[in-house]
Design a protein around this ligand. Sequence first.
Ligand SMILES: [Mg+2]
Length: 372
Amino acid sequence: MEKVTIKNITTQILDIPIKRPHQFSAVKVSSKSFVLLKIELSNGIVGIGEGTTPGAFWNGETVETMQTIIDRYVSPLLLGQDPVLTEALLQKINRQIRNNYFAKATVEMALFDALGKWYNTPVHQLLGTLHKDKIPVRWALASGTPEGDIEEAKEYVESGTYANFKTKSGKEAPDDDAKRSIRIAEGIKSHSTIGIDPNGSWDRLTTMKWMDAFFDAGIDFLEQPLQPQDVEGMARLAAMKKVPIMADESASSVEDAMRLAKENAADIFSLKIHKAGGMKNTIKVAGIAEAAGISCFGGTSLESSIGTAACVHAFASIPNLDYGSELFGPNWLLDDPVTEPLTIKDGYIHVPDKPGLGIELDEEKAAAYTRQ
Ligand SMILES: [Mg+2]
């Protein structure tokens, strides 16, 4: 039998509109950009990977940097190689290219999709085995006003789409943000809960001052209140034993997770396959959390159904995913470049069971959204 090798690698950038502008702490966005990576094997099988970032503000990577890294530096390391030696290929990429975790996660995703399609098995079986076949999903409220957010949450609960929520903070002054979050939490208290995510834009003293009020309002968790480097500050907040402290930007790599666990700087890790450099690293981060008694939450970089499928395969194998996920990316985009989008119903996203990532690229849509 002829040996199968990696034959061809292509990238394209897709710009897909979103349903309504989304306010992060630093920027407001009205469309989302993706790197679509195709890795073709010599047996004709094509694996797809999707790279996307919240924006350059998050960790410096963008779709343009990912495309350059993959085209110029990763492709020469993979072409002609044996795709079965995936771990060895990923290690080689790691040794030759520092950081660039989002780009590396995109490459791992396409390799696993190709292998799964070849072996006729879903990616979750390549990663280990399943712990659950569906994952709870929170929606991020970002209408712009507390009243709008309360109304939006009510509509989602009534329509049976989402049961719990997150709010973004950081655009306003921290005190105003805190008051707004409490107003929303109290407005929906009878039927659901929120977590707050200021994306590292608050300071220690302001955050400490509000912890009792957050606890009283029934807020589920406070995600990355302080800047990513302030591990000591996060540890002080966690020691207050009020609202659980979630680390997102602080807990990117496997090494970050180790440091936070050692310094008791988080009660929950937000996992993201892109920031960790892939699905396998994400599972390693969850393993560190498990050993340290830390819970996990399935974070998103707001992927389409392609990247979200990869998240679901990884997260569904994690036993300590105690806080569910925020894998609402497919519902947030105005369009999804796949033939059958993943569905979110009754607050859950289900694990795809078809080979590979279990989703199929819609070539016509991908072509229509490709940046010229
Ligand atoms: Mg976050």
